[in-house]
Design a protein around this ligand. Sequence first.
Ligand SMILES: [Zn+2]
Length: 354
Amino acid sequence: MAANERTFLPLSQATPPYFIGVDLGGTNIKTGLVDDRGNTLAFTAVKTEVPAGADAGVGRMAQSIETVLQEVGLTKEAIAGVGLGSPGPMDIPAGMLLEPVNLEGWDYFPLRDRLQEKCEIPVTFSNDANAAAYGEFWIGSGREYHSMIMITLGTGVGGGIIIGDLSIDGEHSHGSELGHLPIFSDPNARICSCHQRGHLEAYASATALINRTYEALRAGRKSSLAQLVAEGQELNGLNIAQAAEAGDELAEELIMETADFLGLGMVIFLHTIDPAAIVIGGAMTFGRDETELGRRFLKRIHEVALQRAFPVPAQKVVLRYATLGGDAGYIGAAGRARVDYYQQKMNTPGTPKN
Ligand SMILES: [Zn+2]
């Protein structure tokens, strides 16, 4: 969903209680005020400005919370909880960042408590990828299910797992690291961004697709992309996809090979979790259902699962694209705050989302 497609529900039609979701990224802080059904009432995005430091970042998040409150005409007393999704690694029970790759210099910062002190609203702390998965689960592509896995394809490969309405953060806040599943054990397997070999991300991210394309061109494979490179252009997920759509055989082959790697990942998900739905999101989704290439990509992932996984989960799982785009993060972070709010209110573990 592009930013200009975001629709705002008027306060008069919204369902209280209200929550605010903050999606902290290495580039932007996206903040949205949502109602009890996940409808967005107000939204703002500001630059993170990582080098200015974590305290300044907390200041910008608190200011963004003020902005969305003012836009709707609510005070902070009307907000039942703030959800904060942050890049990991992190210690969720402690509310602490560890050594986040995308927030250089914010190491071992007590992010949850500092934001809570500043905005005076209870803050629920989540991993950003897990929050985005929860957003899709709550009101996006997984809304009719009680178990779902989301895998996001971009510079890296991220993901989130929800089982029985509970998001799987893990005992040590490192759960649902789906990009770092080993799919190859070969000692010469590709090296992942985390420096280990053979991980899914090293094969199926946009970065991996670009690297594999350059390698094929260097090896002398014929492709229209060779012309782009000769003209000094850099390859990216978009121009590789465009080449495939225009009939370029190499681009098509490498994109379908990406689907094959994801299919191996999917077999692991089916055999560990057996979810109702697997949702593919992120920046690299080849036009999703709206293009022939997007539909072929999804079909190919499913074909691998049908060949290599147990037939019942492979046939019954619903495989589809995400629908919330870049909004999934703040919506899901708000949704996680909502879970905490109802859990405390009802004193029950696991809150039904409906
Ligand atoms: Zn890895």
